[in-house]
Design a protein around this ligand. Structure first.
Ligand SMILES: [Zn+2]
Length: 237
């Protein structure tokens, strides 16, 4: 009897795993249909559409010129739902579907570095501690890893104070909310840096990140974002 139980235990674990999959079939993170992590129709919607957004903050506040942001997807429809599923519902099984878009944006941003200061460092913008605690992971870090690029283990950018949720704030309020909120590590000193975020909305986060890198002695050559909100003006390739 005991022997049977011992033999059965690993089997039970395996069968329970299968049973769990049957009871809660995987649904498409883009449309909710019972399917794989992402159905074929939704996968097509995540095809990379490379664009560059030129971010120019208020010249009075930010006289350092426009920042090139390489983006891959329009943040709407399937792209918005899949990223939301990853970030808010822990659907990390859908991450591979976003990896090509993130990789494309990173490679295009990195290519804007002339290499004279060595290869650029990837600097994910920091997430609020509340969000990290809620999710248990940092979406931008995971996106970078899945895209096959490498960011340093020790974050280059951190928050020196907690910030309010940016959602619902207008451009000026977002900038005020974030101004002075970030600090760069000493590792950026005399290095070229590519800022990385998941979604570009007003650009306030990237502007603050750039300020922190410059203060730390680094130079921001470009930024890379998985997606941009469609209301932003973009240039062609
Ligand atoms: Zn789908």
């Amino acid at each position: 009897m005991n022997r049977t139980l011992r033999l059965v235990s690993p089997l039970v674990a395996s069968v329970l795993g299968d049973a769990a999959a049957v009871l809660a079939p995987v649904s498409c993170a883009g449309c909710g249909r019972a399917d794989r992590a992402l159905c074929d129709a939704c996968r097509v919607q995540l095809a990379v559409r490379p664009r560059t957004v030129w971010l120019s903050a208020d010249e009075a506040l930010e006289p350092r010129g426009a920042l090139a942001v390489a983006v891959s997807l329009s943040y709407e429809g399937v792209a918005a739902r899949v990223l939301g599923a990853v970030k808010e519902h822990g659907r990390t099984d859908a991450l591979p579907a976003l990896a090509p878009a993130m990789r494309s944006a990173l490679l295009r941003a990195e290519a804007l570095c002339d290499g004279r200061r060595g290869p650029p460092l990837l600097a994910p913008v920091p997430s609020a501690r509340r969000a990290v605690n809620r999710r248990g992971f940092r979406p931008v870090d995971v996106l970078i890893r899945r895209s096959g690029r490498t960011a340093r283990r020790r974050p280059l950018l951190g928050l020196v104070r907690e910030t309010d949720d940016q959602a619902g704030l207008d451009v000026a309020a977002r900038q005020a909310n974030l101004r002075g909120a970030m600090r760069a590590s000493g590792a950026v000193d005399r290095r070229d840096v590519v800022l990385v975020d998941d979604v570009l909305t007003t650009g306030a986060t990237l502007i603050e990140a750039r300020r922190a890198v410059i203060e730390g002695g680094g130079r921001v050559v470009a930024a890379a974002c998985l997606a941009y909100t469609a209301k932003r003006k973009v240039t062609g390739r």
